[in-house]
Write a protein that binds this ligand. Structure first.
Ligand SMILES: [Ca+2]
Length: 316
């Protein structure tokens, strides 16, 4: 087991056994909205406490090579190309590699895949759920429905637990990842939109341009970073996915997924998925849902009430 003491403590708080953090990540930094790109303050906790690294001596340095390490930094079959070290963020079109059926009633708000198992969170009051889905057939193998008071949002696996946000209820639900049996709740302030786990921190979007970092065990907020696209705050960040050192984010009501450096908040690239939206879906049934299959290096995307999940890669 590769757990650090910090992770073990967080895992214990979640009753998580056998956690295997998969990535090292830059520590969260304070909100950098007043700063331009490349001019971000040194890492510090949101409450002005000493740098997080001081409280977490096992913290690893930022894994910058995974983001902009040049053409040899990633395998040739990686669906996300290397990003230029400087200059404007590129936009790539994408090609579909595989197409899978998807429940057209699922108002997708969160998608994640770990150990070959696909997990989905759906939204809308009275229709919200957390699911285990067979990717190849689209069959829902397990499902837990939320009380109609709750509107399900982002979803992230952490060890053998699943954590699901709610939109405005300021509560996150914790489940057993294998059975979807409820394990408890965590409180947070503000809206919940997207959620992903970088191996150390939960990363949360709330519909603004911020990415917020939370302790997965206590849900204590550790800091935040403002996402800047060409120097301007990028609002409406929605479903998230951590992929090899970067954060992918749906931008609500667009056909675009942005690639974000979570250390600086800088948008380092965009994927244009405008060709994927099925003709039969409604106006609010937008692109939303990104899952990274680390074992098979597949990038899966879908949308709200879309009849398909697609495996894609950027066109070089
Ligand atoms: Ca996701």
């Amino acid at each position: 087991m590769a757990c650090t003491p910090w992770i073990r403590a967080a895992a214990a708080a979640l009753l998580v056994a056998g956690c295997t953090p998969t990535a090292d990540t830059p520590p969260p930094v304070a909100d950098a909205s007043a700063d331009g790109p490349g001019d971000v303050e040194p890492p510090r906790a949101a409450d002005g406490a000493p740098p997080l690294d001081a409280a977490a001596p096992d913290a690893a340095p930022p894994d910058a090579a995974a983001i902009d390490g040049g053409p040899d930094a990633r395998p040739a079959d990686h669906p996300l190309p290397a990003v230029p070290a400087d200059g404007p963020a590129p936009t790539w079109t994408v090609e579909v590699l595989e197409r899978f059926p998807h429940d057209p009633r699922a108002f997708t708000q969160g998608l994640a895949l770990v150990d070959g198992v696909l997990y989905e969170s759906t939204g809308l009051n009275g229709q919200s759920s957390v699911r285990i889905v067979d990717l190849d057939s689209g069959a829902v193998q397990r499902r837990h429905d939320l009380d109609a008071r709750f509107f399900g949002e982002g979803l992230a696996p952490v060890g053998d637990a699943l954590i699901q946000l709610t939109w405005r209820s300021q509560v996150a639900f914790v489940y057993d990842r294998a059975t979807l049996a409820p394990r408890g709740e965590r409180r947070y302030v503000g809206e919940g939109w997207g959620l992903t786990f970088d191996g150390r921190w939960l990363i949360l979007s709330d519909g603004t341009s911020r990415l917020r970092f939370f302790d997965p065990g206590t849900f204590a907020e550790q800091g935040a970073v403002a996402v800047l696209d060409g120097g301007r705050p990028l609002q409406r960040l929605n479903e998230l996915e951590f992929v090899d050192g970067e954060v992918l984010a749906n931008v609500w009501m667009t056909d675009v997924i942005v690639r974000i450096d979570p250390a600086s908040g800088r948008v380092i690239g965009r994927l244009d998925l405008s060709g994927l939206r099925p003709a039969e879906v409604g106006r609010e049934d937008v692109l939303n849902g990104i899952a990274w299959d680390a074992d098979r290096r597949r990038l899966l995307v879908t949308g709200k009430r879309w009849p398909y999940i697609f495996s894609i890669r950027a066109r070089p």
